[in-house]
Ligand binder design. Sequence first.
Ligand SMILES: C[S@@+](CC[C@H](N)C(=O)[O-])C[C@H]1O[C@@H](n2cnc3c(N)ncnc32)[C@H](O)[C@@H]1O
Length: 200
Amino acid sequence: MKLLYLPAFYKKLKRGPQVITPKDIGIIISYTGIGKDSFCVDAGTGSGWLAVSLARVSKKVVSYELREDFKKIAEKNKIIANVDNLEIKLSDVLKGIKEKDVDLITLDLPNSEKAVKYANKSLKEGGYLVGYLPNTEQVKRFVMKMEHYNFTDMLTIEVIVRDILVRKEGVRPSTKGIWHTAYLVFGRKHTNSEKVNKKI
Ligand SMILES: C[S@@+](CC[C@H](N)C(=O)[O-])C[C@H]1O[C@@H](n2cnc3c(N)ncnc32)[C@H](O)[C@@H]1O
């Protein structure tokens, strides 16, 4: 029974606060299409599992973390992951995001909706904002805030991976597994042409 299927790379990483695991990391990367030229901002860093994963595929990642003890864990994971394009800032993302022209901003904190206005300022036109939100109440607040700022291409999903038992007696889904981790909300910052179209 593979309750949490972890590739060898993730088994090496340290854990502090709750981490985002590969099933959700994979879809964040694939659904936003980031690549070797992308600039990403992430908050809160926590154990840095998402931050190091983004750093492995993009050009540069800046990650915001409030707590020094969690930053230390993430710095260890940065070394283990062997990425030098990740900057971890001891800083409150709810006081603003300094970076500009960002391709992707990921938010994983209890009140992520409060960072949407800063994300809107920092993203480039068409850039992606992704919220990793364990509870439906958070999803509602986050989506409402994104709609307020005219984000487009909105998508809210949950990623469920089913473990299939393959045995002589028969092949069927396992009755146990990890079901819910969090909901994922995706959206893109509107472009000027989209703003103009709205007015018409
Ligand atoms: C669940 S953890 C993030 C886990 C991370 N995404 C990972 O994959 O390892 C949430 C983190 O957000 C941090 N945090 C909460 N509010 C914050 C804020 N306003 N600014 C920056 N970090 C914040 C917490 O200290 C905690 O480390």
